[in-house]
Design a protein around this ligand. Structure first.
Ligand SMILES: CC(C)(COP(=O)(O)OP(=O)(O)OC[C@H]1O[C@@H](n2cnc3c(N)ncnc32)[C@H](O)[C@@H]1OP(=O)(O)O)[C@@H](O)C(=O)NCCC(=O)NCCS
Length: 338
């Protein structure tokens, strides 16, 4: 492997800690069989999902972020007052405003921090990572908290079998800091959007175009609307394209990676991307069977699975890949420094 680290003006940024949270309540495929015309066999074969977690009533996505953030800060052993900025990738905020970042800032007691939400569908976490890394690299900040979290079950129509089997709730948080001498941290990012794909995956109600009314609710416009096969085709094509691009322009191949940590939307999308990368199955992190698609929560949750399974170790080269509503697509290449 010849790793030519792309130059970064000023400093380099790294992930220095991880914390995750999934709510305890679980929806099984058997539960879904009682709600819609589906089967454990269909869901397992077509998506790879067995269970997904569901946030309890009375809680919002900010509560999941808060729990993940507290675990992340505890893992690093620092108080919340050290955090300078909070970026939250989410498309299921507690409410239109204030932002989830503001709610989390208050709930964790990060008195000196500012922050904002990043709306990029399931790519929210990787988009926020790049923004946070740039704050560190530019010298603007020394301690940035990135949360990726979604409470998709809140936006899911449990009479629509084409979407309700897919989504779950979960959250993760990472801390970004400057690299120490000898560390590499973030190497490169490739991010794209294709707004023409917005028609294939959206939640049309409740915004300025279609503010909530009895009519928008009757028409189920407050739920996830999706053309599954169109999203599937885009995901398979673009996740491969962007992950290969970020490797190639850094002189790497899948063989150089410790592991590939993809967004968990559908097991078939993950294995198609991994095949294109030439990654053997044991170095591809898949936990979709437990959590379903948790949108911006999925990559940090998969990082946690990789650590728990001993598949992610200090100094490993790691590739992240995501796609989501928008369409959005993103890849990040980094060396794991924890
Ligand atoms: C949604 C998805 C699983 C559907 O799988 P698919 O193989 O594309 O299946 P299709 O939509 O072509 O449907 C095939 C058949 O299964 C049926 N079907 C759909 N959902 C079903 C379910 N939960 N149980 C049983 N049958 C189902 C369809 O009605 C269709 O029946 P028909 O042939 O009689 O019309 C798949 O398209 C997908 O994962 N898309 C990407 C979604 C995604 O990742 N979204 C988030 C992006 S971040």
């Amino acid at each position: 492997m010849s790793l030519t680290v792309r130059p970064v003006m000023g400093r380099r940024a790294k992930i220095s800690a991880l914390g995750t949270y999934v709510p305890p309540d679980v929806i099984t495929n058997q539960d879904l069989e009682k709600m819609v015309e589906t089967s454990d066999q269909w869901i397992t074969e077509r998506t790879g999902i067995k269970t997904r977690h569901k946030l309890a009533a009375g809680l919002g996505v900010s509560d999941m972020c808060t729990e993940a953030a507290k675990r992340c800060l505890a893992a690093r052993g620092i108080p919340a007052s050290d955090v300078e900025a909070i970026l939250v990738g989410t498309v299921t905020p507690d409410m239109m405003y204030p932002s989830t970042a503001c709610l989390v800032q208050d709930k964790i007691g990060a008195a000196g921090a500012w922050g904002f939400d990043v709306s990029a569908g399931c790519s929210g976490f990787v988009f926020a990572l790049q923004a946070g890394a740039k704050f560190i690299e530019s010298g603007a900040h020394n301690m940035v908290l990135i949360c990726g979290a979604d409470a998709n079950t809140r936006m899911t129509d449990y009479t629509d079998r084409t979407t309700c089997v897919l989504f779950g709730d979960g959250a993760g948080a990472v801390l970004l800091e400057p690299c120490e001498p000898g560390e590499i941290g973030f190497i490169d990012f490739v991010h794209e959007v294709d707004g023409s794909g917005g028609v294939s995956l959206n939640m049309p109600g409740g915004g300025s175009l279609n503010p909530s009314t009895h009519e928008t609710v009757d028409k189920k416009m407050h739920y996830i609307h999706q053309d599954g096969p169109a999203v599937f085709k885009f995901a398979v094509r673009k996740m491969a394209e962007t992950t290969v691009k970020v490797l190639e322009r850094n002189g790497l191949t899948g063989a150089d990676l410790g592991c590939f940590i993809p967004h968990q939307a559908n097991k078939r999308i993950i294995t198609a991307t991994a095949d294109r990368l030439g990654m053997p199955e044991d170095r591809v992190i898949i936990n979709i069977e437990k959590y379903g698609n948790t949108s911006s929560g999925s990559i940090p949750l998969a990082m946690q699975s990789a650590l728990d399974e001993g598949k992610l170790k200090k100094n490993d080269l790691v590739l992240l890949g995501a796609m989501g509503a928008g369409f959005t697509v993103g890849a990040a290449l980094l060396r794991w420094e924890i």
